[in-house]
Design a protein around this ligand. Structure first.
Ligand code: A3P
Length: 289
């Protein structure tokens, strides 16, 4: 059943209905002033997106509350069967556009690299991502049941989850950082000092970080606000697609929840595998906070 829904696509496991219209994605034409928000799923994409949208809308909360986040910042993807017609929405959007994607760097349309568009890569430690992804799986009705949590973690380690290996994904962008305009945002840093991270984003976007703007952003994008805001909490997606009665999209919003899910044995195995996978990487994550 699992591989009825997902398929290997150039070495990356993908949700089948998405790859069906791959041409639309691959041939997407970037504009010089497009901003890309890239991430592996469950890394804080929605949080970072709302921060960026607040900056683009100069702190106007009302403007951010006019539509759901997935319409204000669509995913660069194309499917026929549901409300996510990202490519179409993006083509109709006025500049400067914000383009959201979970594609690994090697699958991001060439046009973005050619035009050297700014990219914000949002990332989070692997263990918390695995936990968050597990609950997400339970909620997405089109996804097969992920099995028990230990079973899911096996799949995660083998890259047998949508968007493939977390290890490959984070490294795919990290390796490109020197030749492009990229900002890396770590979920753990955002939890620790959101002010500092918000200032970084504002500066990366070439704008002036006024105290007023920073304060507004921090208030509007707190976990509590975003959990209660229908424009950020995905409650406007029908239950038939995303069943939040199982678990809410805005679930816990903390670091270290993996400690409530990994047994000592699972953790040891994960660490061993992690060291192998990240052996040649200079990317450092904070898992113990
Ligand atoms: P948890 O499942 O651990 O709670 P993404 O947007 O990439 O799908 O990531 C979703 C994760 O980010 C969820 O993690 C969600 O709760 C968390 N998140 C979303 N908004 C947040 C915020 N404002 N502050 C902290 N965490 C947030």
């Amino acid at each position: 059943e699992y591989y009825d829904v997902f398929e290997d696509f150039h070495g990356v496991l993908m949700y089948k209905p998405f790859t069906k219209y791959w041409d639309e994605v691959e041939t997407f034409t970037a504009s010089l002033d497009d901003l890309v928000i890239a991430s592996y799923p469950k890394s804080g994409t929605t949080w970072a997106s709302e921060i960026v949208d607040m900056i683009y809308k100069e702190g106007d909360v009302e403007k951010c509350k006019q539509d759901a986040i997935y319409n204000r910042i669509p995913y660069l993807e194309c499917r026929e069967e549901n409300i996510f017609h990202g490519v179409k929405q993006l083509k109709e959007m006025k500049s400067p556009r914000i383009v959201k994607t979970h594609l690994p760097a090697q699958l991001l349309p060439e046009s973005f690299w050619e035009k050297n568009c700014k990219i914000i890569y949002v990332c989070r430690n692997a263990k918390d991502v695995a936990v968050s992804y597990y609950y997400f799986f339970l909620m997405i009705t089109a996804y097969p049941h992920p099995g028990s949590f230990p079973e899911f973690v096996e799949k995660f380690m083998q890259g047998q989850v949508p968007y493939g290996s977390w290890y490959d994904h984070v490294n795919s962008y990290w390796e490109k950082r020197k030749n492009s305009q990229m900002l890396f945002m770590f979920y753990e840093d955002m939890k620790e000092d959101i002010r500092k991270e918000v200032i970084k984003v504002i500066q990366f976007l070439g704008r002036k970080p006024s105290e007023e703007l920073i304060d507004k952003i921090i208030k509007h994008t707190s976990f509590k606000e975003m959990k209660n805001n229908p424009c950020t909490n995905y409650t406007t997606v029908p239950d038939e697609m995303m069943d939040q009665r199982v678990t809410p999209f805005m679930r816990k919003g903390i670091t270290g929840d993996w400690k409530n899910h990994f047994t000592v044995a699972m953790n040891e195995k994960f660490d061993m595998h992690y060291m192998q996978q990240m052996k040649t990487s200079t990317m450092k994550f904070r898992t113990e906070i």
